[in-house]
Design a binder for this molecule. Structure first.
Ligand code: KG4
Ligand code: ZN
Length: 369
């Protein structure tokens, strides 16, 4: 493979996106097909694991087919298959992993196991165009803030595959806080974009939310914020008129949040709620960058799309900030193919007895095993 372009098919099914992509040399995206299941989970205000895995089963082959077609390449041109092995939902991970094993075996190409969090990090190495000669990869050492629906981790990256997790959430993830907050405020799902939209029309400073600083650590905590939000909106609860009879034929009954009076200032509350989450993320990330003399800071995960987070970080940092395009922040196959390339360069491939790892942590040991 030395000196030649390496084309990797990346497969991602760890949560509620079925995605497949073709990426060359960990940098250039040829295709990135993402089939979101938002329509399926929206009414429940969160991802229903059983429904997610069943949707992956029907979506995975058409998604891979389209990724190859969109890249304009034949399956013979694929040099390896990279797949998310964890962390994630067990039933969802199984669909991607088993499909990847089957393709790797029948195409006779290596199978590369990718940690989903490492995938999010490597979204920062990707570009849509090989003609983009100005696009430089991130410089080491860098500090990466991974903020997604399932994870909040502050990581010092010394080199490819050399991760020191400086801190992580001790309860809810930042994205989870946005999702739960949006559900309480009845703003829709996924919660992050909904809260950001609502907050844009709101006035800040009218509602007070706590910040869990967890002094002298880089850890985060967001569950108290959710409780404070519940208490805040409780002030606007509408008196019940008569009990509603709910008849559900669905396998999973939708949980309706309590009814609030129409005068609830949801936009103002959303603005202060968003501010409370972003405040802690920015201050801890800026401190980590300074203490560890990072050359730059990179963002990863769905919450990295948040414009307030980007703006505040940019002004708080003394070093450059890099973040992926919104499509590459949320779950996608290209980031898995991208990370897969750098893993392969370090000699990491899997055998066919590879199992999923729903709780897989991000660590140097795992990456160099
Ligand atoms: O990385 P991701 O696709 O999934 C996981 O691996 O968990 O992230 C999804 C999360 C959701 O919680 C969603 O609400 C959040 O990212 N998110 C945002 C924004 N866009 C997506 N949070 C805040 N602001 C946004 N603009
Ligand atoms: Zn993710």
């Amino acid at each position: 493979m030395q000196g030649e372009t390496m084309r990797i098919l990346g497969i991602e099914t760890s949560c509620d996106e079925t995605s497949a992509a073709v990426v060359s040399d960990g940098r250039v995206i040829h295709s990135n097909i993402i089939r979101s299941q938002e329509d399926l989970h929206e009414r429940y205000g969160g991802v229903v694991p059983e429904l997610a895995s069943r949707r992956h089963v029907t979506a995975i082959i058409p998604t891979i087919d389209l990724a190859l077609k969109d890249a304009g390449i034949d399956r013979d041109d694929i040099d390896a298959v990279a797949v998310t092995e964890g962390p994630g939902l067990a039933g969802s991970l199984l669909v991607g992993l088993n499909t990847a094993k089957a393709l790797s075996m029948s195409w006779d190409v290596p199978l590369i196991p990718v940690n989903h969090l490492e995938g999010h990090i490597y979204a920062n190495w990707l570009t849509d165009s090989s003609a983009d000669v100005t696009f430089q990869p991130p410089r080491f050492p860098c500090v990466c803030l991974i903020v997604s629906g399932g994870h909040t981790e502050l990581v010092l990256i010394r080199d490819h595959g050399r991760y020191d997790v400086l801190g992580r959430t001790i309860d809810d993830a930042a994205g989870e806080a946005f999702d739960k907050g949006a559900r309480i405020l009845r703003l829709g799902f996924p919660g992050g974009p909904a809260i950001q939209r609502a907050a844009a029309d709101g006035k800040m400073g009218r509602h007070t939310f706590p910040r869990a600083w967890l002094r002298d650590t880089y850890d985060f905590s967001f569950s108290g914020l959710k409780t404070a939000l519940l208490r805040e909106v409780e002030k606007y609860r509408r008196e019940p008129t008569r009990p509603k009879k709910v008849v559900s034929t669905e396998p999973f009954p939708a949980h309706e949040p309590p009814d609030y009076a129409p005068n609830m200032p949801a936009a103002d509350i959303a603005a202060d709620f968003q501010d409370a989450i972003v405040d802690v993320l920015v201050q801890k990330t800026a401190k980590a960058a300074e203490m560890h003399r990072a050359s730059m800071v990179i963002l990863a995960g769905g919450v990295a799309s948040n414009s307030l987070l980007r703006r505040r970080l940019e002004s708080a940092l003394g070093v450059p900030l890099r973040y992926p395009t919104p499509q590459l922040c949320t779950d996608n196959g290209a980031m898995i193919a991208g990370a897969g390339y750098y893993l392969y360069q370090r000699g990491i491939t899997a055998s066919y007895d590879l199992d999923i790892s729903p709780q897989l942590p991000l660590s140097t040991e795992t990456s160099l095993a």
